[in-house]
Design a protein around this ligand. Structure first.
Ligand code: ZN
Length: 196
């Protein structure tokens, strides 16, 4: 028997029995997210649908700064990450990182790296949210922007927490040279793109 803390479900927080980091009830709620194709050609492997316990795990990681919640997510992300040479986390916008004290994609990438042996490369830095009014030739309000600060050797795998519209992943992929794919913890019900 481990310490009391080790025997709590990282998702719902109740005492659990047996192996793994989630209790049986939380594991039953996990629905695979599948593979999606974003407009522009980026292929995304989503560990789970953004619902039930998967949604709770992301919430605990992202808003409660609870890194252990990354472990069950990373275990289901790992198979999708094995097509690249480096994991590139999609950095949280600077202002939000300060507010919540955690960068969820970096936690997920570190956990996937421990499982797969694929190294993490912090190749992207975030911009501030682009708040300029959309105008002729202008960007849309709230469009995320990234800048590459390191060259990626070989194929990359972008790592992010939640896939909603796909705008963030597209912006991140466009900032990188070369080719790759993306792996996310969850995909929203009305997610983008086409199921493969
Ligand atoms: Zn649970």
């Amino acid at each position: 028997m481990g310490t009391f803390g080790e025997m709590l479900c990282v998702c719902c927080g109740v005492a659990r029995a047996g192996r793994g980091t989630c209790c049986h009830g939380c594991r039953l709620e996990l629905v695979p997210g599948g593979e999606l194709w974003l407009a522009g050609g980026l292929i995304v492997h989503a560990a789970f649908r953004h619902d039930g316990s998967a949604r709770r795990l992301v919430h605990r990681l992202k808003y409660e700064a609870f890194p252990a919640a990354a472990l069950p997510l990373a275990a289901a992300m790992a198979p999708g990450a094995c097509h690249g040479s480096v994991l590139v986390p999609v950095p949280r916008v600077i202002a939000r990182h300060w507010k919540h004290g955690i960068d969820p994609a970096r936690e997920l990438a570190a956990a996937v790296s421990r499982l797969t042996g694929i190294p993490v490369l912090g190749a992207l830095v975030p911009g501030w949210w682009h708040a300029a009014r959309a105008g002729p030739g202008g960007k849309h309000r709230g469009e995320p922007r990234f800048r590459a600060i390191r060259a990626v050797p070989g194929r990359w795998v972008l790592i992010d927490d939640v896939l909603t519209t796909g705008t963030t992943l597209r912006a991140a992929s466009q900032a990188l040279e070369g080719t790759g794919r993306a792996v996310v913890a969850t995909v929203a019900q009305a997610g983008p793109g086409r199921r493969r």
